[in-house]
Design a protein around this ligand. Structure first.
Ligand SMILES: Cc1cc2nc3c(=O)[nH]c(=O)nc-3n(C[C@H](O)[C@H](O)[C@H](O)COP(=O)(O)O)c2cc1C
Length: 353
């Protein structure tokens, strides 16, 4: 038991990272039932899907679980930028025999809002976590109103201090090794982004709430090392991607367990915000960062048909193959087995060799 397990009500201070698009309630249920904190990502769920997954989660475990949301500001549509982005993609549309003029523009992800909160409130999860800062204070107050523990990711010391000032119960220190979206929200300057072992001790020194280490942790010795640097717990994402309960596609699973996973980069081609994924054709040819890509989450619309087209042919050339820098923990095992292996790190000292 430590400050974090007391806060979360779990047996172990281990959080399965919420991972939008590659998991539903099943993974979270398995992790929570194994004594860690399972998470349900809601960023890409419709209200109906969210309702369904939350019901499955509540039915599947009596233990605490986490429900996760994005809380970005929705950008204004920018027609000139959208047209420029489509011009960059035209050759790919021709190659695939698709018509770019039939693709509707639009947001792929909706930030946490009143409608989501109304659904969430019926389930009153023990833990609610956010990515990209925090929602408006009136929404946050309602979440706290049922006693929920609130977590959010910080990618700099400044963000950690900001989150503490706005009342989070614990800060997730997300190092640059992490898979998926950078949680950065006070700056979009990538030179501020540092590795987990540079970021973690600085955040631990800067805030008084518990700090959870995330990014590049893939086995028990990584867990032990994070704890030795002052973490109160760890959040692990990439290693859960090949678990049997995850919905990660066969294509994505194969990439994670291949040599390709040794080549990751931050890219904003798929959504408009930097996120770490396995380097593929579109990242090599257009980016990985390209100033023309529309603002988050508007970049998703025009690239999605290319993704579907090529995935149907067995190719991940246009897919976001999200992965952290350390995919060595990706194996086709039940999540409970992975939890059992990772938690050994809470008893161990970091390896000396
Ligand atoms: C496939 C994938 C999807 C992710 N989606 C989310 C998400 O929906 N919400 C969130 O807060 N973090 C998300 N993350 C980031 C994780 O919370 C976490 O920071 C990261 O997985 C930790 O690093 P690791 O992948 O090296 O373990 C995602 C990560 C991955 C790999």
């Amino acid at each position: 038991m430590n400050a974090l397990t007391t806060l979360l009500g779990t047996e172990f201070p281990l959080i399965q990272a919420p991972m939008a698009g590659v998991q539903g309630a099943a993974l979270a249920v398995a992790v929570s039932n194994a004594g860690a904190l399972g998470s349900l990502p809601c960023a890409t769920l419709s209200p109906d899907a969210m309702d369904r997954e939350l019901a499955a989660l509540a039915a599947g475990t009596q233990r605490p679980y986490n429900v996760n949301f994005f809380c970005h500001a929705q950008p204004e549509a920018d027609e000139a930028r959208e047209a420029a982005w489509r011009a960059w993609l035209t050759t790919y549309y021709h190659e695939a025999g698709l018509d770019i003029d039939t693709v509707p523009a639009g947001a792929g992800r909706v930030p946490f809002n009143r409608a989501a909160l109304d659904i969430l409130e019926r389930f009153r999860p023990k833990v609610v976590s956010f990515h990209f800062g925090l929602p408006d204070l009136d929404l946050l107050d309602r979440v706290k109103g049922w006693g929920a523990v609130v977590l959010s990711s910080a990618t700099t010391v400044e963000e950690a201090r900001w989150l503490e000032a706005f009342g989070v119960d614990a800060v997730i220190a997300q190092g640059i090794e992490a898979g998926g979206h950078r949680g950065m929200f006070l700056s979009d300057d990538l030179t501020t982004q540092t590795g987990t072992f540079a970021l973690l001790p600085q955040i631990v020194a800067a805030v008084s709430v518990p700090v959870i280490a995330a990014g590049g942790i893939a086995d028990a010795s990584g867990v032990a090392a994070a704890m030795a640097l002052g973490a109160s717990g760890v959040q692990v994402g990439t290693s859960f991607l090949c678990c049997t309960e995850a919905t990660t596609s066969a294509l994505h699973r194969a990439a994670l367990q291949s040599e390709a996973a040794h080549h990751t980069a931050l890219t904003h081609l798929f959504t408009g915000r930097p996120a770490r994924g396995i380097v593929n054709r579109v990242m090599r040819e257009l980016g990985p960062m390209n100033p023309v890509a529309p603002a988050f989450p508007l970049a998703t619309a025009a690239i999605a048909p290319l993704r579907s087209h090529w995935e149907a042919k067995g190719s991940g050339d246009f897919s976001p193959l999200w992965s952290g820098q350390n995919a060595s923990g990706c194996r086709e095992v039940p999540a409970a087995q992975l939890v059992n292996e990772l938690v050994q790190g809470f008893n161990a000292r970091p390896a000396t060799r």
